[in-house]
Design a protein around this ligand. Structure first.
Ligand SMILES: [Zn+2]
Length: 98
C-alpha cells in the first residue's frame, strides 16, 4: 500500500526536477534518497520509462566515460501534468496537514 503512494510521489519529484533542468537516472536516485526514499534502479527506471511513454518526459542519450547515459527533461505535457499535480497537492496538504 505505501509503495503505491510512494510511486506517485516519486513521479511528481521526477517531473518537478525534469521541469527545471535535464536529469539522469543516477542523479534522480540520489535526489530521491536525499528525500528519504529508499529507491532501487528497478523502481526508478520503470518510472522514468513510463513518464516518457506517456509523453511527460523526453530523453536523449550521451556517452559519458564510455557509457551511455540517458538525460530526461519534461515536455510541455509534462509541465501541464505537474501544474495539475501541484494544485492537487496544495489541496491535499491543506486538508491532511490541517
Ligand atoms: Zn526533489
Amino acid at each position: 500500500m505505501m509503495r503505491e503512494f510512494f510511486l506517485g510521489f516519486i513521479k511528481v519529484h521526477i517531473l518537478y526536477h525534469a521541469s527545471r533542468r535535464e536529469v539522469c537516472g543516477v542523479e534522480m536516485m540520489e535526489e530521491l534518497r536525499r528525500h528519504g526514499y529508499d529507491i532501487s534502479p528497478g523502481t526508478l527506471y520503470p518510472a522514468l520509462h513510463n513518464l516518457e511513454k506517456w509523453g511527460y518526459l523526453e530523453s536523449r542519450t550521451e556517452i559519458v566515460g564510455g557509457r551511455r547515459r540517458r538525460y530526461y527533461r519534461a515536455t510541455r505535457k509534462g509541465r501541464r501534468a505537474l501544474e495539475e499535480a501541484r494544485n492537487k497537492i496544495r489541496e491535499l496538504v491543506g486538508e491532511v496537514l490541517e
